[in-house]
Write a protein that binds this ligand. Structure first.
Ligand code: SF4
Length: 208
């Protein structure tokens, strides 16, 4: 089954608990949300079968043994488990980045080594306990306005090892102050496993 591929490239993870980890990104097209500050252009895609995607990963990996499947929203593609199986069979550590509205399917979940869920406050009503991701390795929420209640709500519904707040970027300006103020409010009642700041270091350092 083909998947719509935006790009495949080797870089470092730029945010979250794996910041600095060398990885190959596989960016898939399409998303089930339309965040106004979305910085991902996934309008141009190339349909590729899982074997061809894995071949492209092999080709650019240069010894890197970790793949991050991102988007867009990877869980909207029925071919996702087939892609993950192909990559796993080639020995890659596998991470998924998702907005969490839909939990990864059972087969994909078994193949994944790391799941980063990034819930979107402006779509809070779409997070349904029956369908949403309720387990993750990290939860990363963009500080888009007054979202303290949303963060607390997501924390109570998604079990994770790490909880991060990321600054929102609009027109090239990263609003770190709003993110830090939110962290302060959230952590005033969160002494164990506090919320942490996740900067989009790839933007600060100018790599992708
Ligand atoms: S969920 Fe992510 S990829 Fe989808 S529109 Fe929002 S920011 Fe963009």
């Amino acid at each position: 089954m083909n998947l719509p591929v935006v790009e495949i490239f080797r870089s470092m993870q730029g945010e979250g608990a794996n910041t600095g980890k060398p990885v190959v990104f596989v960016r898939l097209g399409r998303c089930n949300l339309a965040c106004p500050w979305c910085d991902t252009d996934f309008s141009v895609t190339r349909p590729m079968p899982p074997e061809a995607i894995a071949d492209a990963v092999d080709k650019c990996s240069d010894g890197v043994r970790a793949v991050v499947v991102t988007g867009g929203e990877p869980t909207v593609h029925p071919g996702l488990p087939e892609l993950l199986r192909e990559l796993k069979d080639r020995g890659y550590w596998l991470a998924l980045e998702t907005n969490g509205v839909n939990a990864p399917d059972a087969e994909s979940s078994k193949l994944l080594d790391y799941v980063a869920v990034s819930p979107k406050a402006m779509y809070a009503e779409l997070y349904d306990d029956e369908k949403m991701a309720t387990k993750a390795d990290e939860v990363r929420i963009v500080a888009d306005g007054d979202i303290e209640d949303f963060c607390a709500n997501m924390r109570s519904r998604i079990s994770a090892r790490h909880y991060f707040i990321s600054p929102c970027e609009r027109d090239g300006v990263m609003d770190v102050a709003t993110a830090v103020a939110l962290l302060g409010r959230l952590n005033s009642s969160q002494r164990a496993n506090p919320w942490l700041l996740s900067l989009q270091t790839h933007k600060l350092a100018g790599f992708r």
